[in-house]
Write a protein that binds this ligand. Structure first.
Ligand code: CP
Length: 317
């Protein structure tokens, strides 16, 4: 297996099956630290730099919380407008990361341009973690989700997935790439204007992903062991910021997981994931049902980032 020390985490297309299990093994080792709300000194001499060119609640703060749990330090920015990249100078990714690498030992970057973390990785001498790039990928989120499935269901292989939402989403791309390494058939349900692109389909076909597409969640939910939902009412991920201006509309029933749908159609032991934030695609009354696992998924978001930071910084081998 390739070493994780010094490695960039840019895409799940790069991940081999045994590497997934190595990450999950380290995450399981980290989990009691986070669960018991303890801090350790595993990364006490290391600093995480957060470079967020797009808003985030979970990805940035989970990485920061993970670093703090491991005894490390954190610096960075959550709004590029406060940096030279977001003012008159429009400083390039290259020039920015050439600075950031002097301020810390690992950089997590979220950017509105697809491929920006890859560009950063070309120039940085420290590992770059992709915290979401435009419509590109969100590898740490899907590692979190796969780990959640493993912990909640005891296995990943052999489970049937249903993914609902906007298939242009970066999470959906990382999910499709990730599942190519497992025995997991998946059904994608999305509005026609948000379906998997032909280019992406050609790409995943090369890896032999077992998938089909359906028009309505009702056509696929009965078979699903894992239901992963994302919004179809959402902002433009290619913008640095997309403010809400007035009414944004409601989620059509085709793409909505309600308590009634779960109760009448879903498997009794299926689990429901959502990376959050949500709109109305999962109403709040679903939170207190036996299917919901998105709060557990959010907790695992810290655990997974602890594992990734420890691995890329060489604290575990
Ligand atoms: N799941 C996720 O990426 O959330 P944030 O946009 O809040 O980071």
């Amino acid at each position: 297996m390739r070493s994780f020390t010094g490695r960039d985490i840019l895409s799940l297309k790069d991940f081999e099956r045994n590497e997934f299990f190595r990450v999950f093994e380290i995450a399981e080792r980290m989990e009691p630290i986070a669960r018991n709300r303890r801090n350790t000194d595993l990364l006490k001499d290391k600093t995480l730099v957060t470079a967020f060119y797009q808003p985030s609640t979970r990805t940035r703060l989970a990485h920061e919380a993970a670093m703090i749990r491991l005894g490390g330090s954190v610096t960075g920015f959550s709004d590029a407008k406060m940096t030279r990249a977001g003012d008159f100078y429009q400083e390039t990714i290259k020039d920015t990361v050439k600075m950031l690498e002097f301020y810390g030992d690992v950089i997590v970057m979220r950017h509105f341009q697809q491929g920006a973390p890859h560009e950063a990785a070309k120039w940085a001498s420290v590992p770059i973690i992709n915290g979401g790039d435009g419509w590109g990928e969100h590898p740490t989120q899907i590692l979190t989700d796969l780990y959640t499935v493993l912990r909640e269901k005891g296995r990943i292989d052999g489970l049937k997935w249903l993914a609902v939402g906007d298939m242009r989403m970066r999470t959906m791309h990382s999910l499709a790439y990730g599942l190519t390494q497992f025995d997991c058939p998946i059904t994608f349900v999305s509005p026609p204007n948000m379906s998997l692109t032909d280019e992406f389909k050609a790409d995943i076909a090369k890896y032999g992903l077992n998938y089909r597409e359906a028009e309505h969640v009702e056509q696929a939910i009965a078979d699903a062991d894992v239901i992963l939902v994302e919004p179809v009412v959402q902002p433009d991920y290619t913008k640095s910021r997309d403010e809400r201006t007035g009414e944004v509309g409601w989620t059509p029933s085709n793409y909505k997981i309600t308590r009634e749908l779960l109760t009448t159609k879903a498997k009794s032991d299926a689990i429901l994931l959502h990376s959050l934030p949500r709109m109305d695609e999962i109403p709040p009354d679903v939170d207190i049902t036996r299917w919901s696992r998105y709060w557990q998924e959010a907790f695992n978001g810290v655990v997974m980032r602890m594992a990734l930071l420890a691995l890329v910084l060489g604290a575990v081998e």
